[in-house]
Write a protein that binds this ligand. Structure first.
Ligand code: FAD
Length: 765
């Protein structure tokens, strides 16, 4: 994260985690530019490395060996990782439009989103499996691997497109599927693979010698090639070629020439005939010098080249250098891609062909060479060095000089200097009114009839009516950002704060926010507040909770909290108290645990990106529906899991209930990766304080070696609900909660009558 000594002056936004952008991230990680903030928007958290994909399909590599963990790489680079899909650019406002989040503002933009299959042939959209995006293809491939196990008779697979990608993929699939069939004791001849190409030959951009080698290999492997057979229509289970023939195909893989994503057409950027962004030698768009493009999606006007990962990789270093120069207000430098390049094309069976210009070699040694090159490339991104804190220790004068070199006018320079100067406290630390009103102006909190004075008519304080027969429920929560995405942080923070209200069995009524944001250029502070509060308001609105006010001040770190008011029936025992556990009841937990250790690991670059994705999804899931469901199944006690961890919250329930409890470690729902990270000794900084509660465990001694034992102390952010329901309704309740989307809900133990022992909790291994 950027520290206050380095206020953000320039925003470089990267769309897509392609082969060039991973190089950019690595370079900025190795040599950060103070005052420059990198943000990467990508659909995939794990981005594939094209060179090893055929090896993955053939079964020689695991998923993680062929993917770069973008979330981890971004963390290393000090970049913000926004998981999502860009679908538009507003070049006037300098905004990137993305799915499921507010627009992202940039000073300089770079696009490396690869190519998109062209599916203009009738029926293709519905009936073919395009090789890109890879995650879509991977899902179908895994399904095909399962299908081959039960398929009766011949399985016809058609691969449309006989460039290097198509040929390599076809050979890799045959190798893997054949291996699977052999392992099942079945005849691999049950497979029939056919390559279709519109042109007169396969591998048209390669030499005659290389084409000859591959024709030979394909013949020996029994793969048919249909040349001059442009596919002009696809139906379920068959395809039609231009020569009037119809071919049976159980699976049709589409590896034809690809082009630019459709949404690029609306950006106003100059595009080539395939819809790719036309760029100068500097990799800047012909139309807009603040927008760069690289990889398959870029088309270099002066140096047209084949679409290949090798060019995308080579464009990484000059792109990084030019993005750095753009931030420093220096002119970009031109780049000329190589004319000839070495292609190492594998044949699926740990054998490969080397092709360069008119040359061609083949052998198992070529595969080993390729494997060595590819693994070395991947190590650069998956084995990341520990970095010094570049910003720490520099004096204000040096920092000021660096920052002002990024600014574009006197006003920005003054704001930059002011941001690193000694800041005032008290009301002087308040974020400026105009910045705040602009940031919050476009938010639309829900309006409620019981809010008399709120943000719709701001005053010194909000005035809220309590409806007749209702009582107020008050709660407050506040914490600093644990993730670099302010929108997601805002969502989690609001969800966490609402958790207490739902755990009480109440409905949320209003919320007031308190936030701290690091000082910086007004425009950057405004954007940060806007992103964070957009996330929060989306969650509050979903809960019909009106944001009625708040306070934003400057602070060293980004932090956000809410005071939430709820409503509950005034009479009777409407509230679901912690003290309502009854002996004999089942204990239910609605969400998996492990957020503390996972985010500690994330900060140390030790967590996999998909673990963090899953943890964030869980943290953004509201407890509202779960609370209603638990109540419907007769819950008598409930609490939400937060900082004290599972054991801490359970003890908070057993004491006032005057009962004991049994906790079944093997039944605990646990987030993916959490067992691995605690096993590596990576624990939240709050864990030691929580571990003091081990004195509440009756049989602690025998349990400390259990892999899940540390997780009962793990502090949770926006955790699930822990509740007790009658044993006879527990299974139905779990089923209902799962149907509501709390898919990892489990019965994790039971409530016992109070014993004479001092320790109220017994662990079951
Ligand atoms: C089977 C096969 C094998 C191949 N083998 C080789 C090889 O051995 N050597 C070689 O040089 N080339 C190979 N290629 C070609 C190679 O795959 C491409 O040239 C290369 O992947 C292009 O890289 P890129 O960086 O442009 O984009 P990609 O690698 O395609 O990366 C694009 C990234 O952008 C993200 N993205 C896409 N759209 C959006 C959006 N709207 N918003 C946010 N993120 C988005 C994606 O999730 C992805 O992370 C092969 C191709 C195929 C099909």
């Amino acid at each position: 994260m950027q520290t206050p000594e380095q206020p953000v002056i320039r925003d470089i936004v990267l769309i897509g985690g392609g082969h060039s952008h991973v190089g950019v991230l690595k370079r900025f990680g190795m040599k950060p530019l103070p005052g420059v903030r990198l943000t990467i928007i990508c659909r995939d958290t794990h981005t594939p490395y094209s060179g090893m994909l055929p090896g993955y399909i053939a079964g020689h590599y695991s998923y993680d060996e062929v993917h770069i963990d973008l979330r981890r790489l971004a963390e290393f680079a000090g970049a913000r990782f926004y998981r999502g899909e860009a679908h538009g650019i507003d070049r006037t406002q300098k905004l990137v439009h993305c799915s499921g989040r507010p627009p992202v503002s940039y000073d300089t933009l770079s696009i490396n989103i690869g190519s998109t299959p062209q599916l203009a042939v009738p029926g293709a959209v519905d009936h073919v499996v395009p090789v890109k995006p890879i995650y879509g293809f991977n899902a179908r491939w895994l399904a095909l691997l399962e299908r081959v196990q039960t398929h009766q008779g011949k399985l016809h697979i058609a691969v449309v497109g006989a460039g290097a990608g198509g040929v390599e993929l076809c050979l890799a699939m045959q190798h893997r599927l054949g291996t699977e069939l052999r392992q099942l004791g079945r005849n691999p001849d049950a497979l029939s693979l056919t390559l279709f190409t519109a042109g007169p030959d396969i591998l048209e951009t390669h030499s005659r010698r290389v084409r000859q080698m591959f024709r030979e290999t394909l013949r020996q492997r029994g793969i048919q090639v249909h040349a001059n057979a442009a596919v002009n229509e696809v139906q379920g289970g068959r395809l039609h070629t231009a020569d009037g023939q119809v071919w049976e195909a159980d699976e049709i893989i589409w590896v034809t020439r690809a082009g630019g994503a459709a949404w690029l057409r609306d950006t106003g950027l100059a595009l080539d005939d395939d819809g790719c962004i036309r760029v100068r030698d500097t990799l800047q768009s012909l139309t807009d010098p603040d927008i760069y493009a690289a990889g398959d999606v870029a088309s270099m006007d002066n140096h047209p080249r084949e679409k290949a990962g090798v060019f995308a990789v080579r464009q990484g270093p000059p792109l990084a250098a030019n993005l750095r120069r753009a931030a420093l207000n220096q002119p970009p430098k031109p780049f000329r891609p190589q004319k000839h390049w070495l292609a190492l094309i594998s044949t699926g069976d740990q054998y490969a062909v080397a092709s360069r210009g008119g040359l061609g070699f083949r052998g198992a040694w070529v595969w080993r060479w390729k494997d060595w090159i590819d693994r070395r490339f991947m190590r650069k991104f998956n084995e990341l060095p520990a970095m010094d804190d570049q910003g720490a220790g520099q004096n204000l004068k040096t920092a000021g000089a660096q920052l002002t070199s990024l600014t574009r006018n006197d006003d920005e320079a003054q704001q930059a200097i002011s941001a690193i100067a000694m800041r005032c406290g008290g009301c002087g630390a308040k974020v400026g009114a105009s910045v705040l009103s602009r940031a919050l102006g476009s938010l639309q909190p829900v309006e409620r009839d019981d809010v008399v004075i709120g943000l719709h008519a701001p005053d010194d304080a909000a005035v809220v009516r309590i409806p007749p027969g209702k009582a107020s429920v008050y709660t407050v929560d506040f914490f600093r950002a644990f993730i670099d995405d302010p929108y997601v942080f805002g969502r989690v923070s609001a969800n966490h704060a609402l958790g207490d209200v739902f755990a009480m069995g109440a409905e949320a009524q209003t919320a007031t926010a308190v936030a701290t944001v690091p000082p910086g250029l007004e425009s950057k502070v405004e954007d940060l507040v806007f992103q964070m509060m957009s996330g929060a308001v989306a969650v509050l609105n979903d809960a019909n909770c009106a944001l009625v006010g708040g306070h934003t001040g400057e602070g060293r770190e980004l932090a956000l909290g809410f005071a939430v008011n709820g409503l509950i029936d005034a009479d009777g025992d409407a509230a679901l108290r912690k003290g309502g556990l009854k002996a004999g009841q089942a204990l239910i937990l609605t969400k998996p645990i492990g957020t503390g250790t996972l985010f500690a690991a994330h900060a140390r670059l030790e967590a996999r990106g998909r673990w963090i994705d899953a943890a964030l999804t869980s943290m953004m899931q509201s407890n509202q529906a779960a609370a209603a469901c638990l109540r419907a199944y007769g819950a008598t006690a409930c609490t939400d899991l937060t900082g004290f961890g599972l054991l801490g919250h359970l003890v908070e329930m057993t004491r006032p209930s005057e009962v004991d409890a049994e906790l079944d470690l093997s039944a605990l729902p646990v987030l993916d990766g959490a067992e691995e990270t605690v096993a590596s000794g990576i624990l939240s900084s709050l864990q030691p304080a929580n571990v003091r509660l081990r004195r509440a465990l009756r049989n602690q001694a025998g349990m400390v070696d259990h892999p899940r034992y540390p997780l009962i102390f793990d502090p949770q952010t926006a955790g699930g609900l822990l509740a007790s329901v009658p044993t006879e309704s527990a299974n139905d309740c779990v089923r209902a909660l799962k149907a509501l989307g709390y898919t990892q809900t489990a019965v994790i133990g039971r409530v016992l009558p109070q014993s004479d022992a001092l320790e109220p909790v017994v662990l079951v291994p």
